[in-house]
Design a protein around this ligand. Sequence first.
Ligand code: TXA
Ligand code: MG
Length: 323
Amino acid sequence: MTSERSAEIRIADEASIAAAAARLRAAELVAFPTETVYGLGADATSDRAVARIFEAKGRPRFNPLIVHLPDRAAAERYGRFDQRARALAERFWPGPLTLVVPRRDEGGLSLLCSAGLDSVALRAPAHPVAQALLRAAACPIAGPSANRSGKISPTRAAHVAESLGDGVALILDGGPCPVGLESSVVELSGETATLLRPGAVTAEALGEVIGPVAVASEADPAGPQRSPGRLASHYAPEHALRLGAETVRGDEALLAFGPAPPAGAAITLNLSETGDLVEAAANLFAHLRTLDAAAVAGIAAMPIPETGLGAAINDRLRRAAAR
Ligand code: TXA
Ligand code: MG
């Protein structure tokens, strides 16, 4: 669905990043690339700016936001880091990992970022454009994925324009996002470290640094409360999505994986012909969008192994399939 008025898209360079920083300081919204997905940024210390995010996304108020910082030193002004949080930040930042820690009230973050919780989600992104923007704006940037609430996350600047239209002042175009899936979210505000959202940093990788990490299960009734954004139905395409497809009908679009997809689909896009999960993650949201725009009866997705990044890919596919 294309909005009638559209936002300004500018190739990310020194001048456009400076312009974006000025917009942020004026409490306006700017979309920016990260290594995971595009974020919809606002000055996280401004209630007015953060409120605009909820409005632009059509997001339920109870859903808290990730606050982006350039590094751990900056993050520790807004959240209380224990040994585990420090060790994880040292190992994985900047990178696709979000740490949920107790909020420091003296940091001055808008309380809207936490949506009523005592914790705050913090992340130092690795993407050079995100880093440059954070340093130019010199404020923490609240940034959910730059899509309308419940829809597929954007991995290209054009996706942001299609999804948010004039809800955003400026879109910085930094090309396709290399990871393609949202960050891993780990809850550290309680005693048990819990992976709330799987991503490129796997539970095993976290476990190597801080010991065993619990994984929030979808059946666990505490799950959605602990990470309110993990609504069962999320990343919703318009078409019905059929998972684990070994065969395909002629009126279906096929989201393929691996060297030997079944023939006969109305349209086929392959996440990775070589069966590479990293390549598949990077292609997932863009391929889903393209297939969703096709005139077909539904989308069939081939099975993806549950190993490594496959766990995060399957998590997003299950959410996209939930109605
Ligand atoms: O990769 C990413 O994380 C991207 C880029 C832009 O950084 N951002 C992103 O944000 O995916 P968003 O808002 O779409 O997802 C944030 C997730 C949600 O599931 C939310 O519920 C959870 O993090 N979250 C945020 N603050 C939380 C908190 N204080 N406690 C528990 N979960 C929290
Ligand atoms: Mg999101």
